[in-house]
Design a protein around this ligand. Structure first.
Ligand SMILES: Cc1cc2nc3c(=O)[nH]c(=O)nc-3n(C[C@H](O)[C@H](O)[C@H](O)COP(=O)(O)O)c2cc1C
Length: 358
């Protein structure tokens, strides 16, 4: 599989002005922290041919965006979560993250950009390849770029005169080395999130915003599952009176009438098939996803085990039936959620459980 090549040194005369490496882009924010444009070698070879043809005419190419690390796509999406302008990395990556898409324009010998239908990342209809409502010069220039790119193996994006995809497909580029600085920052944040999460057992009255709650549960549903069976169900109880009623039923079944699930703002009942090891393992992965997502949003959580043992008690099961928990499911775990009342507890000591065999 082709690796990435750095375009400025690979293609003589090519100009690079990576807009997402600066604040000069439609988001107004720096999206990635490197200034070199990179593409798959095969894609760069095609681009080199276009540059050569233009150079013979006293013109050249200027690249605005090329390879965009997957992490940068997340940053872009978080900045502008609008699928009309940005590819949603949770549903599929932009070809920029595959290293075979390029945004570019034509420049003259002095390096001035030729007149084109619109500025870069102008998401108006004027940017489309209908080429209407624009000057004759802009139309001619955009068509020249399109013709040269297409005849050298690129597919033009119908809505953006500046965007071209290599006809050759590549997987998302995950090799390290490019954009890694930002990847590392991201990973550090994840590590920090893991290490600062604590089980919270006292909650304030503050309500969790519905959208936040949905995101936490969605993080749970994105957990890995054995053979991708996804046999679990996440049942969310977000009414405090109902949580108290369920606690009462569970408490009675356990012989502990005071039982209260720590009075959280919401409970996520993770139920699954009653037999086998994977249902519990899948549940555990989902629980940790929810804990970490909640913590990243400043929301506390704790694993609650009790329903596992009493979910088949008649009064508890009647409640579960009313919530729509599948009749054959066991509630393997319950995730209590809410804003912490007061400080989070100190981290309990971690044992020396790691052993490297070098
Ligand atoms: C499988 C499992 C079951 C747990 N059950 C309970 C529980 O029923 N009640 C509770 O208060 N905490 C429960 N916990 C939370 C642990 O007590 C907690 O994770 C541990 O003490 C470490 O503290 P920390 O989460 O703050 O790092 C459970 C955790 C796991 C992984």
């Amino acid at each position: 599989m082709d690796t990435l090549v750095e375009l400025k040194s690979y293609i003589p005369g090519l100009q690079v002005e990576l807009r997402y490496a600066t604040e000069n882009n439609f988001t107004g924010k720096v999206i990635y922290a490197f200034a070199e444009a990179r593409l798959r070698k095969g894609t760069a070879d095609k681009l080199a041919k276009v540059q050569q043809i233009l150079q013979d005419r006293g013109l050249g190419l200027k690249v605005w965006d090329a390879y965009r690390p997957a992490a940068a796509q997340f940053v872009l999406w978080e900045t502008v979560p609008d699928p009309r302008f940005v590819a949603d990395p949770t549903t599929g990556y932009s070809n920029h993250s595959r290293g075979n898409a390029v945004d570019l324009t034509i420049i003259d010998e002095a390096g001035n950009e030729l007149e084109m239908p619109t500025a870069f990342d102008d998401f108006s209809p004027l940017a489309s390849r209908a080429y209407t409502g624009i000057s004759e010069t802009a139309r001619r220039n955009a068509l020249l770029l399109e013709k040269l790119m297409v005849s050298n193996g690129f597919v033009p994006n119908p809505d953006e005169w500046w965007h071209f995809d290599d006809v050759t497909e590549y997987p998302v580029y995950t090799g390290v080395g490019y954009g890694i600085e930002r990847e590392e920052n991201r990973m550090d944040k994840i590590f920090e999130n893991i290490k600062t999460r604590r089980s919270i057992r006292a909650y304030s009255d503050r309500k969790i915003d519905r959208k936040d709650l949905e995101k936490i549960v969605e993080a749970g549903a994105w957990a890995p599952t054995g053979m991708n069976r996804q046999t679990f169900q996440f049942t969310v109880v977000s009414d405090r009176a109902e949580i108290a009623a369920l606690a009462k039923a569970a408490g009675q079944a356990m012989g502990n009438p005071e039982y209260d699930f720590y009075c959280p703002d919401a409970l996520v009942l993770v139920s699954n098939l009653p037999e086998g090891t994977n249902p519990l393992a899948d549940t555990a992965c989902a629980m940790q996803n929810m804990f970490l997502q909640a913590h990243a949003m400043g929301i506390g959580s704790v694993w609650i085990n009790q329903l596992k043992d009493v979910c088949d008690d008649a009064a508890v099961r009647a409640k579960l039936d009313a919530y729509g928990v599948p009749a054959g499911h066991k509630v393997w775990a319950t995730c209590a959620l809410g804003y912490a009342a007061g400080e989070a507890p100190a981290a309990p000591e971690r044992k020396a459980v790691i052993k490297f065999v070098d």
